[in-house]
Design a binder for this molecule. Structure first.
Ligand code: 8YV
Length: 312
């Protein structure tokens, strides 16, 4: 029996139903582990999402029969991997298939933030557009500028390719330097100060978790050039919200484009008041094509662990 925590795309649900007995929960908003625990009878596989927190306490309560947790995400920070391993539960995620969609959204946010697209749309819809003038609504050009990518994994590299298409120069910060065939001319920095001081746009594409927690804090924001643009499609936990909001207020950071937040779905109220913040509701991978591919990959992982062969 496969337990699915939240509503999934129809094509994925149809395949899941061909391959398993399915128990479909429709949890919305904040995850309630009690609801999950009440529904585990006969379950050997769970399909969850990043909004569902599988900490050590919850994993410890899973019946022995549960052999695999597949998450509808590349991110794994919501699952205590050590606790799962200790209990003999395999964990599968959905890398690669969402890289293009997420990079597209990072690029969308870069363009929207620099060209004040959200603010302009709000102004027009409010009936406040008084007409053209040479000084009206000036933003900043994106082409020809320097993009700094924090986290040069699959999504970061996809974004680098798109940015090169716009004539941007790409710099990056990563755990380690990439091989030349992956780097493709991007400039590697071994420390934050040289990286942050060299760029006009910062895109956070690193995973969440302890290693990147509040990486973009007041000290690092201070290392950015005045007028830099910050974009985050990785995890909200990589940003200290108070520090970023302060820098957006002062103008040291010209604009930000955010798709991910600390404490989702709650958004720090400071952002909501800022015209220079573009705010999207965690839709980096939200295309029909990508969500189907993610679901199919998660189901592949479940089949592998449960030892189910071939297409059912
Ligand atoms: C979510 C994500 O998975 O893959 C990730 O880590 O954050 C997203 O793609 C998706 O929003 C819904 O499950």
């Amino acid at each position: 029996m496969l337990l699915i925590t939240r509503k999934i795309p129809p094509a994925v649900a149809a395949r899941a139903a061909r391959e398993h007995m399915v128990r479909q929960l429709e949890i919305q908003g904040v995850f309630d582990s009690a609801v999950l625990l009440e529904n585990l009878e006969g379950v050997d596989a769970i399909l969850c999402t990043p909004a569902d927190r599988f900490d050590a306490a919850l994993i410890g309560k899973l019946p022995q029969q549960v052999r695999v947790i597949a998450t509808f995400s590349v991110g794994l920070e919501h699952i205590d991997l050590a606790a799962a391993a200790a209990q003999g539960v395999e964990v599968c995620n959905t890398p690669d298939v969402l890289s293009t969609a997420t990079a597209e959204l990072a690029l969308t946010l870069m363009l929207m933030a620099a060209r004040r697209a959200g603010e302009g749309e709000r102004l027009l819809r409010a009936g406040k557009w008084a007409g053209l003038s040479p000084t009206f609504f000036l933003g900043r050009r994106v082409s020809g500028k320097t993009l700094g990518i924090f986290g040069m994994g699959r999504i970061g590299r996809e974004l680098a390719g798109m940015a090169r298409g716009l004539g941007m120069t790409v710099h990056y910060r990563n755990r380690s330097r990439l091989a030349p065939e992956l780097e493709l001319g991007a400039v590697y920095h071994g420390d934050d100060a040289s990286f942050l001081g060299a760029i006009d746009f910062l895109s956070i594409n690193a995973p969440g978790g302890a290693e990147t927690y509040h990486w973009l804090n007041a000290a690092r924001i201070g290392m950015l050039k005045p007028g830099a643009v910050v974009v985050n499609t990785g995890r909200g936990s990589a940003v200290d919200d108070e520090a970023l909001i302060g820098a957006l207020r002062s103008g040291h950071v010209l604009a930000a484009g955010l798709d991910v937040y600390n404490n989702e779905p709650h958004v720090h109220p400071g952002y909501l008041e800022l015209e220079n913040a573009v705010l999207l509701p965690h839709i980096g991978s939200a295309t029909v094509e990508t969500r189907d591919a993610m679901g199919f990959l998660a189901l592949d992982g479940i089949k592998r662990v449960l030892g189910i062969d071939g297409d059912q």
